[in-house]
Design a protein around this ligand. Sequence first.
Ligand SMILES: C[S@@+](CC[C@H](N)C(=O)[O-])C[C@H]1O[C@@H](n2cnc3c(N)ncnc32)[C@H](O)[C@@H]1O
Length: 260
Amino acid sequence: MSHFDAVADDFDRFRALPAGVPAAIRDAMWEALGLARGGRVLDLGAGTGRVGAAFVAAGDAYIAVDPSAGMLARFAEKAATQGGSAPSPALVQADGRALPFPGSAFDAVLLVQVLSGAPGWRSLLTEARRVLRPDGGLVLGKAIGPPEGVDARMRAQVSVILAELGADARPRGAQREEARAWLAPLARRMTEVTAARWQAARTPRDFLTRHATGARFAALPRPIQDEALRRLADWAVTTFGALDAPLIEPHAFVLDVCVF
Ligand SMILES: C[S@@+](CC[C@H](N)C(=O)[O-])C[C@H]1O[C@@H](n2cnc3c(N)ncnc32)[C@H](O)[C@@H]1O
């Protein structure tokens, strides 16, 4: 059972991307790879299809892989409610560290916000490379807010609080820089592309609500979760003045595109 099963129903509610961003990610990916749209793309850690649905709608040869049955069930439900002539996504429940595909099966492998929470992230990247055809592209995607923004400061503070409470708050996977450093010596070409930019209103309360539905946090013992959120709310009131005061911040969706 994956930690993500327990939070699958809340994932889209708290982590939706603005309209048009998933389609912009798809466009930017094919453009950066210099490959014809419609090619074979593996969405590794596809989750609820927050990004992948745009590839399905556009008619790409798209396959989603995820170990979480709950996340994939949400993906399937959303596709079914669209009904009509919309194509159905190909969904495969599997661990990305042992992919059920032969070598060179895909033109592109997409990993969006997967590596930071994935133990064994090097095996995930090794498998992603194995299933890519020569000259195919591995694409790491991530939404980025300002380093001094509400989310970044709240995230740093919750790590401090969890350490104070004796909870294991170490990241399970790789941060973006670590993954890029691992890939750089293997890649023939590595480029960074900004697929979309938008302004977002952020409040400390939004962060508190969303963080409570994060897979890793939701797996902590309940008393630790409650105490961490209480301390974080107190800190946020002192730091930002109020829980509901919105700050308008620039956000962007960036892609690290690696060709091997
Ligand atoms: C934060 S979600 C992101 C989902 C989707 N890529 C998106 O951006 O909406 C992370 C996803 O990675 C998946 N994941 C975690 N470990 C994985 C692994 N070893 N292989 C494949 N997927 C994995 C989780 O099940 C979860 O659905």
